[in-house]
Design a protein around this ligand. Sequence first.
Ligand code: ADE
Length: 231
Amino acid sequence: MRIDCLTLFPEMFDGPLNHSIIKRASDAGIVQIALTNIRDFSADKHKKVDDKPYGGGPGQVLMCQPVFDCFEHIEKLSGDKGLPILLTPQGQKFSQAMAQQFSLEKRLILIAGRYEGFDERIRTGLNARQVSIGDYVLSGGELAAMVIIDAVVRLLAGALGDEDSAKDESFSELAGGFLEYPQYTRPEVFRDLKVPQVLLSGDHAKIADWRRLQALERTQKWRPDLLEKHQ
Ligand code: ADE
């Protein structure tokens, strides 16, 4: 998969893209992530990318010209057309199901905005899907883009090590509509806190039953909305 990210702050991506699973997947050629600075495409002599909103109001609006030119430039860098995604709090809420859909694409083109928003013609002109990572306002789309990249890349075949991927399959996780069951590791007793006896029993059927029940109970208690959605 190829992921292009159009941003005014490519250096913000340094940490997340250069560690752990994403780094490993990039090194293994499972994903190719390309960051492009929108400002490099500004036709303005001061490299301006934003301007005051027509009709008045506070803040600045990201202009069409640098975004369209940047987009048209990166489009040509690969034979795959790509799914353009605009990161905005107005978008459809990102979910595990959406991450799974995105993971089937050959190419994603994430566009991170700043300022008070995008000129509306960016959304309509690029025919981009709008995605939000939650009902709160971030200072820009970069963190949202990183969240999406992380959630998508770990779903690509081979991105997780054997150990992690085996674990993932046996976990129902959010995709199955349930929260995870509780996990424990050594020691058996830590400051009077004991590991549940059933996990030490060696009885795999009993352990599986216990885990299913735990997953159900904690979903009912903490995230009843997930069960409603599932029914
Ligand atoms: N940009 C600003 N806030 C955002 C959000 N919640 N999701 C995606 N992009 C954003």
